[in-house]
Design a protein around this ligand. Structure first.
Ligand code: IDP
Length: 142
């Protein structure tokens, strides 16, 4: 399987619930390694840029308000098949549809406040990792 990197964001709702450790633990137990990590308050510009592909969607303004409503934890996860593995651990976008035992089933409150973000493809993973981290901030552990 391919060694990949993916961008994970623990969103403001999960940070507010003190679920950061529980969520990171799920990544680690599934064999993903945290190779970069920081807590940040996203500016409106940074959140809008991150979700630019959704700028025409009706929920865009609410999404940006939510993502800037409190600190988030941004991480790079590395491992075999990391992109798909992270998406599997996260569960469906709408927590009502997320499989039992997934992060969103356990920690999300709604489709807006859905606990985590994870890149959905190699191209977006590369773009999203570079959006938040310089090469020097990433610490591969081999
Ligand atoms: P994903 O986070 O599972 O990849 P996307 O479709 O890329 O889902 O949507 C990005 C984010 O936008 C979602 O995580 C969610 O927070 C928000 N979102 C998506 N669809 C809706 C919606 O129909 N209503 C409100 N928020 C939505």
């Amino acid at each position: 399987m391919a060694q990949e990197r993916t961008l994970s964001i623990i969103k403001p709702d999960a940070v507010a619930k003190n679920a950061v450790g529980d969520i990171i633990s799920r990544f680690e137990k599934a064999g993903l390694q945290v190779v970069a990590c920081k807590m940040v308050n996203l500016s409106k510009d940074k959140a809008e840029g991150f979700y630019a592909e959704h700028s025409e969607r009706p929920f865009f303004n609410d999404l940006v308000s939510f993502m800037t409503s409190g600190p988030v934890v941004v991480q790079v996860l590395e491992g075999d098949n990391a992109i798909a593995k992270n998406r599997e651990l996260m569960g469906a976008t709408d927590p009502k549809k997320a499989e039992a035992g997934t992060i969103r089933a356990d920690f999300a409150t709604s489709i807006d406040a859905n606990a985590v973000h994870g890149s959905d493809a190699p191209e977006s993973a590369q773009r999203e990792v570079a959006y938040f981290f310089s090469d020097e901030e990433i610490c591969p552990r081999g």
